[in-house]
Design a protein around this ligand. Structure first.
Ligand code: HEC
Length: 140
């Protein structure tokens, strides 16, 4: 009698142990299915995290599409040209190459409203992307 009670307790113990060991695996599997990381300073813009017509992410006349680029690349890389005039940010702004997420974030409000001294407004798609980034506190 005593022996079988002990055996039951052992079985329950083993089952509980198996459950506890496998639980984190289930939780992690659930996570990786649901989370698409939003774009950021070092996280690229993708068709998953910025779901608009992909054609809108490649401005007419621009050498590069925004898809697959990080904000850091768009702002600081002199070889990246996402604007219709095929200019990089650095071509007009000396400060662009030295930008960090922290130093570029406070410039977004002016980016949204500038008419570029009469040259016309900045690309709308880039405004939308930067507003969203700022609303999330400019993450990496
Ligand atoms: C053809 C030249 C030109 C290019 C290329 C250009 N800009 Fe500008 N930008 C201007 C002008 C002109 C202004 C308004 C005057 C000013 O403040 O410098 C301006 C204003 C800004 C401002 C607000 C003012 C400030 O200094 O914070 C930001 C931010 C900005 N641009 C970011 C960018 C980024 C990012 C890119 C690249 C995607 C870019 N610009 C590409 C000409 C340009």
């Amino acid at each position: 009698m005593k022996k079988s009670v002990f055996k039951n307790i052992t079985q329950i113990g083993v089952l509980a142990l198996v459950f506890v060991i496998t639980l984190p695996g289930f939780i992690m599997a659930g996570d990786s299915q649901t989370v698409v990381k939003k774009h950021g300073w070092k996280t690229p813009i993708t068709t998953e995290n910025w779901p608009v017509d992909p054609a809108k992410l490649h401005l007419a006349g621009a050498p590069h599409s925004l898809i697959g680029l990080t904000l850091e690349q768009i702002v600081t890389d002199p070889n990246i040209q996402i604007r219709p005039d095929a200019a990089s940010c650095m071509d007009c702004h000396d400060w662009a190459e030295e930008m960090t997420a922290e130093s570029f974030c406070p410039r977004i409000d002016d980016f949204i409203t500038t008419d570029q001294d009469g040259e016309g407004p900045k690309p709308q798609v880039l405004k939308d992307i930067l507003i969203d980034w700022k609303n999330r506190n400019c993450p990496d």
